[in-house]
Design a protein around this ligand. Structure first.
Ligand SMILES: Cc1ncc(COP(=O)(O)O)c(C=O)c1O
Length: 384
């Protein structure tokens, strides 16, 4: 059923007043976030993306306020991913110390991460080969080719493409720049996640003083974004940090299953969902180490909610501005829409008329053709 909703409240969260902890800095650290911020804010055309207030939608959803971090304008790449992949490419080149043109970077992607790695490769002058799986749209493949990367389509799902990229890299002496970590492969994904932290740092600066959100809803593919945001807010706000709610597609619900089980659990199948950036069956090892205690709850939702969220953001109410969000980018709002009619689930999340909710609008119209099909207008027409 594509309008389903399933909530798991984390049975083993860290205590509210627990500090970021002695163990977690080995995963993501304040120093790592600061280094990424110094580098990325120095890149040409760096600008903080807007944090947009949506009071009309907040009223309609029965919460006190709704803030939406709109990543559509991030470095012209239309998603927050521009921060992570490209920063990790820069770090690979630094570590290698060879001329960039002698280095080839590679990764698997469902679209946005590969676009960031390809953009970074062009920015810093190295070669790039990107692997995509069967159902990645041609529009997303073309957007990667535009940055000069070779794009190779392989059979199977995202996780098959990850394995393929690793094998080809080993054979050819290429460097895998993956956003997902696994045993023995942690440094590069940690760089990616420290890069994502820039988004959270901007939010901390953009919120009016003292107005820490009570809830943040973050979409989860492999969990790198969620873990980076969770860690950065934990470091910034300690016990006042927002209640952290992860959002996944019902058919790619690996974090929901993992929190329930208390250990990483794989979601099998084709993982098919309109939330293309979230079609991942395995939680990243590093992300799990933060989220297993840092996430307060996780929601799995059907695709209908994602479509409804894209449309709701495009057709604003009560004077709210129109926002262009792709199906993955609107996933946080999709969860709020799914919760609107479910009083018992809202109560379990402590979501009510006093809640200040933060959503991460992680992408704009990353595939303009799909966007037009959902909304009936182009992004340019919606944004006015
Ligand atoms: C637009 C967008 N939002 C969110 C995510 C989820 O990020 P992660 O895979 O780090 O959980 C992705 C992943 O591709 C994405 O493309």
């Amino acid at each position: 059923m594509s309008s389903e909703i399933r909530l798991v409240v984390n049975p083993r969260p860290a205590a509210r007043d627990a500090g970021y902890g002695a163990a977690r800095p080995a995963v993501l650290s304040a120093a790592g976030f600061a280094a990424a911020e110094r580098e990325i804010t120095g890149w040409p055309d760096y600008r903080a993306t807007p944090l947009v207030s949506l009071p009309g939608l907040a009223r309609a959803l029965g919460v006190a306020s709704l803030a939406y971090k709109d990543e559509r304008g991030r470095f012209g790449l239309k998603s927050f991913k521009a921060l992570g992949g490209a920063y990790a490419v820069r770090r690979v080149l630094e570590r290698e110390g060879r001329p960039a043109r002698a280095v080839t970077v590679t990764c698997a992607t469902d679209g946005n991460h590969g676009r960031s790695v390809a953009w970074g490769a062009r920015l810093f002058g190295c070669n790039c080969v990107i692997f995509i799986h069967e159902t990645v749209s041609e529009g997303r493949a073309e957007a990667i080719r535009r940055y000069g990367a070779d794009v190779v389509r392989v059979r199977g799902n995202y996780d098959d493409a990850v394995r393929h990229a690793a094998a080809e890299a080993a054979r050819n002496g290429w460097f895998v720049v993956s956003d997902t970590s696994y045993e023995g492969y942690r440094d590069v994904p940690a760089d990616v996640m420290h890069g994502y932290g820039v988004m959270a740092s901007e939010i901390v600066r953009q919120l009016p003083a003292g107005e820490v959100p009570t809830h943040v809803f973050v979409q989860v593919g492999v969990g790198a974004l969620a873990a980076a945001i969770c860690a950065r807010f934990w470091l910034a706000w300690g016990p006042k940090r927002p209640r952290f709610v992860a959002v996944e597609p019902a058919r790619a619900d690996c974090l929901v299953r993992s929190l329930e089980a208390g250990r990483p659990v794989v979601a099998h199948g084709d993982l098919e969902t309109v939330m293309a950036g979230l079609a991942c069956g395995e939680v990243s090892e590093l992300a799990w180490e933060v989220l297993r205690e840092g996430a307060d709850a996780a929601l799995a939702i059907g695709d209908d909610w994602a479509i409804a969220a894209v449309r709701a953001l495009a057709a604003p109410r009560d004077g709210d501005p129109a926002i262009v969000a792709g199906e993955t980018g609107g996933a946080g709002l999709a969860a709020l829409l799914a919760l609107a009619e479910r009083a018992e689930l809202r109560a379990r999340l402590g979501l009510n008329g006093s809640s200040r909710v933060l959503l991460l609008g992680s992408e704009g119209d990353t595939d303009p053709e799909i966007y037009r099909r959902i909304v009936g207008r182009s992004a340019e027409e919606v944004a006015g």
